[in-house]
Write a protein that binds this ligand. Structure first.
Ligand SMILES: Nc1nc2c(ncn2[C@@H]2O[C@H](COP(=O)(O)OP(=O)(O)O)[C@@H](O)[C@H]2O)c(=O)[nH]1
Ligand SMILES: [Mg+2]
Ligand SMILES: [Zn+2]
Length: 301
């Protein structure tokens, strides 16, 4: 009886996969059974490998149940496509200034994480340039853990490192916030593809867009081209409010069961905004994203 070798999928490589094991990196293909059970193995999948008796590629004989799954919705009724499995945290990196933070952009990324049921955290970088706390307070009030960092002075890097150590993370956020600088400060020499080219530019170049896992701090970074471009496709307008953690306890408490929290009387979420319990610009983000989800073409459903 041969016991399987556990591994973590790093990248798809044609018909094969690059898999990290305790014996180093190997290449593997799906066994016939795995192909039937889990036809779409993705980066982050925890797999069991058996060596091929005649040498060559390993065989993936089992895929462990996924803790989390980042999925992209596909138009025209073709359902969803898995992108990466077992992500522990999505870190949304923003800067306190230079460029000025865009709360609605941060909220959009947080909603994408929520819609995929992946825990999110906010990293506020460049605190050496601006030590202000309004953004931190706003994000904490919404229920998110916040890290304050400076890639320049090293402030807050130890806390960020321990939050990432041994775990699987996605780092996303607007261009110029300091993502590359932060990751490089943690692990010098690191290069990610993320954010270097937009999806449109990559498509124009006819290159494959697929996720990649990079060993990092005893865990992994998921380099998924354009996490923000995973977008809000397929989020139902009525599930949007539940993607705002501080709204969740109030959903169902409004006078109307189908309250959209736009202008209905007896809306508990709008009352909470008026009372100062919910930040007004969080409601603004919700309303902006609601418009977007309601405007989506529906033919793919
Ligand atoms: N003062 C200061 N500048 C920073 C910090 N982090 C990044 N930068 C600068 O901000 C610019 C954008 O950083 P970069 O890492 O390329 O951002 P990315 O687009 O999010 O990857 C660069 O000029 C960095 O040197 C920081 O914590 N403090
Ligand atoms: Mg960068
Ligand atoms: Zn309401």
């Amino acid at each position: 009886m041969v016991t399987g070798l556990p591994g973590t999928v790093l990248e798809r490589d044609g018909a094969a996969y690059r898999v990290m094991t305790s014996d180093g990196e190997v290449r593997a293909v799906l066994s016939g059974k795995t192909k039937r059970d889990t036809p779409r193995v993705v980066v982050g999948d925890r797999v069991t490998l058996l060596p091929n008796p005649v040498g060559g590629l390993y065989s993936i004989t089992n895929v462990a149940e996924r803790k989390t799954l980042l999925e992209r919705r596909v138009p025209l009724g073709r359902g969803t496509r898995p992108i990466a499995a077992n992500i522990d945290t999505v870190f949304v990196v923003t800067s306190n200034c230079d460029p000025a933070p865009l709360p609605q952009l941060i909220d959009r990324l947080l909603v994408v994480a929520e819609a995929n049921e992946i825990p999110a955290a906010v990293v506020i970088n460049k605190v050496d340039l601006d030590a202000g706390v309004w953004l931190e307070e706003r994000c904490r009030k919404a229920g998110y853990p916040v890290f304050r960092t400076s890639a320049k002075t090293g402030e807050g890097l130890a806390e960020l490192r321990s939050a990432m150590a041994g775990r699987e993370s996605v780092v996303t956020g607007p261009s110029g916030a300091g993502k590359s600088s932060l990751l490089n400060a943690l692990q010098p020499g690191l290069t990610l593809r993320t954010g270097e080219l937009s999806l449109k530019q990559r498509r124009g170049r006819n290159t494959t867009v697929s996720a990649l896992m990079i060993p990092f701090e005893g865990g992994f970074l998921v380099d998924t081209p354009g996490f923000n471009e995973v977008g809000l496709w397929g989020i139902e307008p009525r599930e949007l409010a539940s993607c705002f953690p501080e709204f969740r306890p109030l959903i169902g408490e409004c006078r109307f069961q189908d309250c959209r929290h736009v202008s209905e009387p007896g809306c508990r979420i709008r009352e909470a905004v008026a009372d100062g319990a919910i930040a007004p610009d969080r409601l603004e983000s919700y309303l902006m994203l609601l418009d977007e989800t309601e405007a989506e073409p529906k033919e793919w459903e």
